[in-house]
Design a protein around this ligand. Structure first.
Ligand code: XMP
Length: 320
């Protein structure tokens, strides 16, 4: 049973000091690797790890081909300014080949997990001699996985999986007692810029969690283009999270006066504190119309844009 630390009760300095000590003790004079995606969780872990280990922590950004536009450059740039060197590792071909032909959501998540932990990190850990992987699993990830809602890509021990036995390295999870609001406080106290600690959540399986049906480079590119528009137009709402989802079903539309049996994008925009429950933001019809017209104008193949009005539960935040 993990003991939750709620955001209102966190003593940020004490938490940071304790975690830095725990990481130092665990890793000793060895090496560790950490996977940075640029989300608030992995950004906070990167800062904790660097405080604890300095140059003995190797920080990598895995380019899995499923990230948002310009994400690797942006994240590496942010951390450069913080004095942390980020190595970008291109593994996109591996991810697309693992996802090939899979439509079942849990099978997709499993394919991503195996590619991350067994193939990409397994290889990197072997090459670098590191014995530890530091990662930003939070309590909500564990809860949803254990409850059987969704297999979060980064949860093992609570499912009875021993990472050392399965992948050949140990995993350290300094944020496992926190939820998103708590991590934001820690991130701020660690000196992350607001652009990072206020970033909207983005899931480990990345844009693959937002493509219903098969995941191909082309379909990811479609949802990526729609994501740019959704994030640009909804940033000023201050909502907890917003996203574009590419549907599998096609609908008849028309373009240039001709029939176009096209694709559909669903927009979701959530009000939430900790992602456990969420309600759709009451967007104005003006914003909804702008979203539709820009998505249809700029994303090839889209003939329909919808807005989700279902709360979580029974919806979940991501679509798969
Ligand atoms: P759901 O879709 O389960 O999402 O309502 C709850 C929150 O968790 C994020 N999410 C994930 N984060 N690995 C993660 O690190 C995952 O596999 C994953 N799946 C969902 C989601 O974006 C939301 O903020």
């Amino acid at each position: 049973m993990i003991k939750e630390i709620i955001a209102q009760e966190i003593n940020t300095e004490r938490f940071i000091n304790e975690k830095v000590e725990e990481i130092k003790r665990a890793v000793g004079d060895g090496m560790a690797i950490n996977a940075l995606s640029g989300g608030v969780d992995s950004s906070a872990v990167t800062m904790l790890g660097h405080r604890a280990l300095g140059k003995r922590l190797k920080t990598v950004f895995i380019e899995n081909g499923l990230m948002r536009e310009g994400e690797s450059e942006q994240v590496a740039g942010f951390f450069q300014k913080l004095g942390v060197t980020v190595e970008v590792v291109d593994a996109s071909k591996e991810f697309f080949s693992a996802l090939k032909g899979i439509v079942d959501p849990e099978e997709k998540r499993e394919a991503i997990t195996q590619t991350f932990y067994r193939n990409v990190f397994g290889r990197m850990v072997k090459e670098s001699g590191a014995k530890y992987l530091l990662q930003g699993t939070i309590l909500t990830d564990v809860d949803e996985t254990v409850a059987g809602v969704k297999r979060q890509h980064n949860v093992f021990e609570q499912l009875g999986i021993d990472p050392l036995e399965t992948f050949g390295y140990r995993i350290i999870e300094p944020l496992i007692q926190l939820r998103k609001d708590g991590v934001r406080k820690i991130g701020k106290a660690l000196g992350l810029p607001a652009e990072l600690f206020e970033r909207i959540p983005f899931p480990g399986p990345a844009l693959a969690a937002r493509v219903i049906g098969v995941v191909t480079p082309e379909r990811i590119e479609t949802v990526r283009k729609a994501t740019v528009i959704v994030e640009r137009l909804l940033k000023s709402t201050g909502s907890f999270q917003y996203m574009a989802i590419l549907h599998e079903d096609r609908v008849t539309g028309m373009r240039d006066g001709m029939r176009d049996f096209g694709q559909q994008i669903e927009v979701r925009c959530w009000d939430s504190v900790d992602a456990r429950t969420a309600t759709p933001t009451q967007l104005s019809f003006e914003i909804l119309k702008t979203l539709a017209s820009q998505i249809i104008r700029d994303v090839p193949g889209i003939v329909s844009v919808t807005y989700n009005i279902t709360p979580k539960p029974p919806s979940t935040i991501e679509a798969i």
